[in-house]
Design a protein around this ligand. Structure first.
Ligand SMILES: Cc1cc2nc3c(=O)[nH]c(=O)nc-3n(C[C@H](O)[C@H](O)[C@H](O)COP(=O)(O)OP(=O)(O)OC[C@H]3O[C@@H](n4cnc5c(N)ncnc54)[C@H](O)[C@@H]3O)c2cc1C
Ligand code: SF4
Ligand code: SF4
Length: 1018
């Protein structure tokens, strides 16, 4: 059915197979390959988009396990006349990674480095290997692969070769084409052929080489005349390998390498099996000069002079980007450190090499040059590694920072990487800015000033039809931009490839004769048009609205969202923004039929940053499964397709949707680390509420969610409630009946809960506490959650003792029939109404204290932080805001007070290393550095933060039998090995579930920081 509905999404030239053919394809793939054959609507939908504005439903998806699988898939697809689209991280910006084809995902099983020759400085790799992962393996050899794309954490070498990708340091190292030495590929007839230096080709490859050479000879005059002579030209095929037109020769010795024909071919000529790459020496030293410019024009004009100093990078960050970075708490300190006054733009000028003294002298040359150009005192010099690295991270995040604009107008990629010779850069950018203004929009400029490729994306609303709609403006702006590119003899396609948005401009750039030569190349290598049709050859119009992800009214299948009454308040996303000023309208005015939920989901632009494996949390379920389905992007796409009715009726509450969200551990890693702030944990609550409303709650749901309600009763009869872990067979039974893993022990109920054990004399009354705070004295209210209060009384008592010892007047909340609860367990099971009752009661209890400025101190990150997160979207209005402003984790409170000189304690010293595991929600709220600061208050403390994602327990997730294996894999990813490597260390973990996971997985006791401090009180 989706095949039919995808008809309109086909680019001209691509044949859409019938449902019978698609069924046959799936059947034969299942029979003849060992790969994952994904033909359901959700899976196909998850592969229908890349980081462009387009969406094309694939016929099906194969995640092959072996090379045999790929070879078989090519044969079967050829036999059934179904196109094949090889795919890497899917981070392309122009639509080249989308197509009505069998999409073959290389990223799960083809990510090995096959060979490294340190002497020759070469590496052979599989196509699904991610750049950062290659470079991590090369680092011990003092080598790296220097095509440093911004998406280095998710871009694959196969995709980079497909796009002829270019990094920030291309002025020094060239583009992908300059760094590929060979490729082993399947041609569409199934033959495996090696492409490399023409002097060493086999018969088939040699035949192709001579064919291309003859074509190039035939078109020599046209090539001379039409070929852009800039380094950054990636459009069309590299017909110039026999007659190099690039500013930088493709090979160092001027020889011809046939593999270069495939680089930038966007998967249209062959399927890459492996690539041999040229490596470079990793420079041992780098210095950075950040030049601050009073005007944007001055920055652009200076680039041509700066490059003469021989920098390895010259990168632009304009004022809008500076301001956006300043608005982001994670980036603010870094960007501030680079600024002198309030510049209109900055250029990051890097010199690298092995002789630091020589680099410092270059930096001085830069300072002198700026003086000569009339800008003395404009260079912020950065000679240490750490600040340089931080600033590069901000620059790399450029596009993502920009994409966080809310509303339907978004920065759109289509003329975002035109390259012009440096001497024209200032004029070009001035004129293009005028063009934007005339079309009622503006763009943010950044990136590669060194090579004349500045990224700029005008803000357009692709959902709007008519003359003011995105498609019309896109066309008009592209026409004018192309005139400028022609005037300055630049390249229209300078970095990200042609795909769907620049395919039609290939003929414009190279002329009809060369375009026909490109067609001849395609026909020579892929005569049956098997590979990625509709790209480079016979591309569609860039503004074909039937290919848009958000198609406007009047398109064959306009994008519309279903009507939905959300249970949480998403109105902050339900806004529109002004394309000129970027000002947004009031919350709730964006016209979203789902109250803003859909618009929050649509914030995912598919850039794929959540596929990262580096420091940080996002996305634990992807890190262990490597499945697109179990990735923040996959989930957001599934939700978007369901909310827009593209997965059929009731898709939002379907079991397929449950599956897509099932392994989301609600760690909130994406809330902080996704550049556009996609908050899947919150989305899961919204989803679960609707799903459970339709399907009902299970017994296990009720048992876990209602735990705060029966905790008091259970603590009266702990032996009875603990029978599950003491009575033989009970654990087994609980797995069968409730789905709780028999391999897990459950938290132990106990009679001496905090509420029974706490000595009343420790705590002051509400009135006294407020009075102390009002007098400027030291006061706080300790909010004891269900878990610490019921199962780990000692933590809550320890926290109270520490705060008392430091001289605080301490209050705690009382409740006659139990204790106050933040509502977390109910939220985790989609019981939003019950959660509202709990959270609301807690807020009401805390309100008088919060109103009087009494800090609210909590111990369990997921409970306390509910007050700063979900409570704000549950309809409590200003009451929740007042309380949230006072809510602090124990360590945040102490760190803040210590900084203000109000917290002083005499503590014993420790002589053992302290290993710290941060709870995901602590990380999401930037609350890890406060624990580090607090631990530093301990004399002699040597603290190491474990670089770990989620521990895998995540509330009740890890207790469930169906999640047990995944949960342990998450723990084994880095947390448990780190603990085993430090058997003597004290382990600190503030999360209840983290402590349990550590006990289960490493048989070690982890302590809440409060307990550690308590044991050290003098
Ligand atoms: C935020 C952001 C920043 C970016 N920054 C940069 C940048 O700095 N520099 C830059 O150059 N690009 C950049 N890009 C574009 C993109 O990330 C790069 O082009 C990247 O190299 C694509 O890699 P991928 O693995 O995601 O490839 P994909 O998007 O999956 O595929 C790219 C192309 O390669 C083809 N392909 C993939 N595997 C094979 C194979 N095995 N055989 C044959 N063909 C194959 C595909 O069919 C497709 O046409 C950026 C994109 C985003 C979203
Ligand atoms: S979820 Fe966020 S990080 Fe992942 S692709 Fe979407 S926008 Fe990028
Ligand atoms: S909340 Fe965590 S597990 Fe869920 S999508 Fe975000 S990063 Fe992944």
């Amino acid at each position: 059915m989706l095949i039919d509905s995808a008809k309109h999404l086909l680019p001209p030239g691509a044949a859409l197979p019938s449902n019978e053919v698609s069924d046959a394809l799936a059947q034969r793939l299942r029979k003849h390959t060992e790969g994952e054959v994904l033909f359901d609507a959700g899976s196909r939908g998850r592969y229908a988009t890349d980081a462009s504005i387009y969406q094309i439903m694939p016929v099906g998806v194969l995640v092959p396990r072996s090379e045999r699988d790929i070879a078989a898939a090519i044969d079967i697809a050829r036999d059934l006349k179904v196109p094949v689209l090889p795919r890497g991280g899917g981070s392309s910006q122009c639509g080249q990674a989308t197509g009505a084809a069998l999409v073959v995902d290389n990223t799960k099983h083809f990510r090995r480095v096959l060979d490294v020759d340190v002497q020759q400085r070469t590496a052979t790799v599989e196509p699904g290997l991610v750049l950062d992962h290659l470079n991590a393996q090369l680092k011990p050899h003092g080598l790296w692969f220097p095509v440093d794309v911004s998406t280095s954490a998710q871009a694959t070498l196969g995709g980079m070769a497909g796009n002829n990708s270019c990094g920030s340091r291309s002025i020094a190292y060239g583009n992908m084409v300059h760094n590929v030495l060979g490729a082993s590929v399947w041609l569409s007839d199934g033959e495996l052929v090696n492409f490399g230096p023409v002097s060493r080709l086999g018969a088939r490859a040699a035949d192709i080489a001579w064919f291309v050479r003859d074509l190039a000879r035939q078109h020599r005059a046209q090539i001379e005349e039409r070929w852009p002579k800039v380094l950054r030209r990636v459009g069309g095929y590299n017909l110039d390998i026999f007659d190099n037109q690039s500013e930088r020769p493709y090979t160092e010795d001027g020889s011809v390498n046939l593999a270069h024909l495939l680089v930038g071919a966007e998967g249209t000529l062959a399927y890459t099996r492996s690539l041999t790459l040229k490596l470079s020496a990793l420079p041992s030293a780098k210095v950075l000069g950040v030049v601050n410019f009073p005007t944007f024009h001055a920055a652009m004009d200076a680039a041509q002079h700066i490059v003469k100093l021989g920098p390895t990078a010259v990168e632009l960050v304009d004022r809008i980007m500076i301001d956006l970075s300043l608005d982001n708490p994670a980036f603010r300190p870094t960007i501030e450190s680079a600024l002198i006054g309030k510049p209109a733009a900055i250029l990051l000028v890097e010199f690298s090499g092995d002789d630091k003294r020589a680099l410092l002298s270059k930096l001085k040359d830069l300072v002198d040059l700026m003086g000569e150009l009339g800008l003395p005192g404009s260079v912020m010099e950065m000679t240490d590694d750490a600040p340089q690295k931080n600033l590069w991270e901000v620059r790399k995040a450029g596009l993502n920072i920009m994409m966080s604009l809310k509303g339907d107008g978004k920065p759109v990629s289509f003329i975002e990487d035109c390259a012009v010779p440096l001497e024209h850069l200032a004029e070009y950018t001035d004129h293009l800015t005028e063009v934007f203004g005339r079309h009622g929009t503006h763009g943010t400029w950044y990136a590669h000033a060194s090579v004349g490729t500045l990224h700029v994306r005008p803000i357009l609303d692709m959902r709007q039809a008519g003359p003011h709609g995105g498609a019309a403006k896109m066309r008009a702006i592209a026409e004018e931009a192309s005139e400028l590119v022609r005037k300055y003899r630049g390249a229209y396609s300078g970095e990200h490839g042609d795909g769907l948005c620049r395919g039609e401009w290939i003929e414009w750039q190279f002329g009809p004769a060369i375009n026909e030569a490109f067609r001849a190349i395609k026909h020579k290598l892929d005569p049956i048009g098997l590979f990625n049709p509709g790209k480079i050859i016979d591309p569609p119009k860039m503004d074909d609205v039937s290919l848009f992800r958000f198609a406007p009214p009047g398109a064959p299948r306009p994008y519309r969202t279903i009507a939905l009454k959300p249970v949480l308040d998403w109105s902050a996303w339900d806004v529109q923004s002004d394309p000129l000023t970027e000002e947004t309208t009031a919350p709730g005015t964006g016209g979203d039929t789902t109250g803003g939920f859909a618009k929050a989901v649509e914030m995912c632009n598919n850039n794929g940053h959540c596929r990262k494996f580096d420091a940080g949390t996002m996305c634990p379920s992807y890190r262990v499964t490597r499945d697109e389905q179990h990735l923040t992007r996959g989930r957001a796409n599934t939700l978007r397709l369901a909310l827009s009715g593209q997965l059929g009726p009731d898709a939002l509450t379907s079991d397929e949707m449950l599956q897509a969200l099932d392994l989301c551990v609600s760690c909130k890693g994406c809330k902080r680390e996704c550049p556009t702030g996609v908050d899947m944990a919150k989305m899961k609550i919204e989803f679960l509420a609707h799903y459970k409303a339709r399907h009902g709650h299970t017994l296990k749901d009720r048992l876990v969610a209602n735990l705060p309600d029966y905790a008091r009763a259970a603590s009266r009869l702990p032996w009875l409630f603990n029978l599950r872990d003491t009575l033989p067979g009970a654990a087994w039974l609980s797995e069968k009946l409730l789905g709780l893993s028999a391999q897990r022990s459950l938290p132990k109920w106990r009679a001496d809960t905090f509420w029974r054990s706490a000595d009343a004399s420790m705590f002051a009354s509400q009135g006294d506490t407020i009075a102390t705070a009002a007098d400027g004295g030291k006061a706080a209210v300790l909010f004891v959650d269900t878990f610490n209060g019921s199962f780990e009384t000692e933590n809550a008592l320890a926290a109270a003792r520490v705060l008392k010892a430091a001289g605080y007047t301490l209050h705690t909340l009382a409740k006659n029939d139990g204790h106050h609860c933040c509502g977390r367990t109910y939220l985790a099971h989609g019981m939003v109404d019950q959660a509202k009752a709990k959270t609301g009661a807690l807020i009401d209890a805390l309100l008088p204290l919060a109103r009087n400025g009494v800090p609210i101190v909590g111990l369990e990150p997921s409970c306390l932080l509910t007050l700063r997160d979900e409570a704000l979207v549950m309809g409590f209005g200003v009451r929740a805001e007042i309380v949230s402003k006072q809510a602090l984790l124990f360590e945040e409170f102490i760190a803040r007070e210590a900084k203000a000189g109000r917290f002083k304690l005499k503590l014993d010293s420790v002589d053992r290393e302290i290993l710290l595991h941060g709870h995901c929600h602590q990380k999401a709220f930037g609350a890890v550095s406060p624990i580090l600061a607090v631990l530093q208050l301990i004399p002699g403390a040597k603290v190491e933060l474990i670089e770990s994602s989620c521990c895998g327990m995540a509330g009740s997730f890890g207790y469930e039998a169906k999640h047990y294996d995944i949960s342990m894999q998450m723990a084994e990813a880095s947390l448990l090995p780190a603990l085993r490597n430090a058997p003597e260390a004290i382990v600190v973990a503030d999360g209840t579930s983290c402590r349990h996971q550590i006990a289960d997985g490493a048989q070690r006791e982890a302590l809440h920081v409060a307990r550690l401090m308590d044991t050290l009180l003098r």
